[in-house]
Ligand binder design. Structure first.
Ligand SMILES: Cc1cc2nc3c(=O)[nH]c(=O)nc-3n(C[C@H](O)[C@H](O)[C@H](O)COP(=O)(O)OP(=O)(O)OC[C@H]3O[C@@H](n4cnc5c(N)ncnc54)[C@H](O)[C@@H]3O)c2cc1C
Length: 412
């Protein structure tokens, strides 16, 4: 039998699960289809990584009731320190100078998975299909039919709106004929945890090196998450380095600001590329999170941007749900979503991509400019305030409306 729904979210990773939590109290019929259980070792979204959350993301998670589930594992970032290996320029941003308690928070992805999915499991309005995938999509002007298959489930559902939250390789995006442009950065991020001799003092370090950026984010227990970007050519040998060799190489790249690096955890690698969907909606489909834009992690903005996709889409649906002929997939709703997201999305993609390209540029004139740039940035309060606004994740620039969830206003 075919089950009727208002909204079907395909992909229950960081962004899709957040959207399902945001839609749960709206009194609509919502389905969530996820291929891999949130607590499975092979879950690609809730894995060993940590995520740097902006203040806006924290507020969205607080308003959704998810923050209490991760708070005890969240480490505040009080300062950001940006430097360029082998150059004297560096820049600092201090939360206190910007009138903030923190620039953001570092949270383990697995903790986010537990918090989001326990909210979902407590909700009667979200029907979860997991583990299961969409095996067929048929759409007409009035609805979309999804055939769903899993090891112990087969189902057929009719929905007014499909949300593609199924990651960079989005099958939903392809089913709706939306092209995606992809550019390989020919870099790989190696992620691990390190223990430095000195306490990190809640400083997040971003250091640009010859092979790509290196980030150290503060964690509980004096440890740091390391995101070490390496050229494709070096990554294979780097994964095979002994712990001692790895720590020595890290020390050479980062220097001694945190004293000696004493310990390193398990290393995991992620090839890096930019993927950008040509549109954020098509027919009765909206594309969010990594399915719409997969970014280089250099500025830690991918999930923060995806969470703003969630906040805007949920707000538009909440505003219209009392209309007499409410249709979650109405063309006017999707057009309003596309228009609302365009500036924030375009700005963050351009900022992140520009940063990767500028710091990968070997031309000495560019190197001198970026050196001057970092120094000038450190001396210029308006530039700091602008980056601080970007990293605190208000999003979209001056004239874009900030979604309610990011202002702490619930959608009910
Ligand atoms: C190394 C690294 C570090 C990062 N650090 C940060 C950071 O500090 N801050 C930040 O904001 N962002 C960061 N990001 C980006 C962030 O991880 C992504 O933006 C985020 O994971 C996007 O979530 P998503 O749910 O859109 O996609 P994904 O995480 O890719 O999740 C997609 C989900 O869809 C499911 N799925 C896929 N196909 C199907 C299907 N056919 N049917 C059903 N389910 C399906 C998958 O199982 C998965 O659960 C980082 C990324 C990387 C690679």
């Amino acid at each position: 039998m075919t089950q009727p729904f208002d909204i079907a979210v395909v992909g229950g990773g960081m962004v899709g699960a957040s959207l399902a939590v945001a839609l749960a109290p709206l009194g609509l019929k919502v389905a969530l289809v996820e291929a891999i259980a949130h607590d499975s070792v092979s879950q690609p979204s809730f894995d060993e990584r940590t995520t740097a959350l902006s203040n806006a993301s924290r507020r969205i998670l607080e308003t959704l009731g998810v923050w209490p589930g991760v708070q005890s594992l969240a480490t505040p970032i009080r300062k950001i320190h940006v430097s360029d290996q082998g150059r004297f320029g560096f820049a600092r941003i201090d939360a206190a100078e910007q009138g903030l308690t923190a620039m953001g928070y570092v949270v383990p992805n697995r903790a986010l998975g537990v918090a989001l999915w326990s909210r979902l499991q407590a909700s009667a309005n979200v029907r979860v299909y997991c583990p299961a995938e969409v095996s067929r999509v048929t759409a007409d002007e009035r609805a979309v039919t999804l055939e769903i298959a899993g090891p112990s489930t087969t189902a057929r559902i009719d929905t007014k709106l499909v949300v593609g939250a199924d990651g960079v390789q989005s099958a939903v995006r392809s089913a709706f004929g939306v092209d995606a442009e992809s550019r390989d950065y020919e870099q790989t991020a190696v992620i691990t945890t390190v223990l430095p001799q000195r306490f990190h003092d809640h400083v997040a370090y971003e250091r640009f090196t010859g092979s790509g950026p290196l980030a150290l984010l503060p964690l509980e227990g004096g440890r740091c998450t390391l995101v070490l970007t390496l050229s494709r050519a070096t990554v294979e040998s780097a994964m095979a380095w002994s712990d001692v060799e790895f720590l020595a190489e890290l020390q050479r790249r980062f220097g001694f600001r945190l004293g000696r690096f004493l310990k390193v955890g398990r290393r995991v690698s992620y090839p890096l590329s930019l993927t950008r969907a040509a549109r954020t909606s098509a027919g009765r489909c909206v594309i969010v999170g990594n399915a719409a834009q997969g970014l280089h992690p250099v500025a830690g903005m991918g999930f923060n941007l995806g969470l703003r996709d969630v906040a805007c889409l949920a707000e538009l649906i909440a505003e219209r749900r009392h209309e007499s002929h409410f249709d979650a997939g109405a063309a006017s709703l999707l057009a309003a979503y596309d228009a609302w997201r365009a500036a924030d999305r375009g700005g963050v993609i351009a900022f992140t991509d520009g940063l990767v390209r500028m710091f990968a540029n070997p031309l000495s004139v560019v190197q001198r400019l970026r050196n001057i740039g970092l120094l000038a940035f450190d001396l210029l309060p308006p530039a700091k305030a602008a980056l601080s606004r970007l990293s605190t994740g208000a999003g979209g620039g001056g004239r874009t409306r900030i979604p309610k969830l990011a202002r702490g206003v619930a959608l009910q």
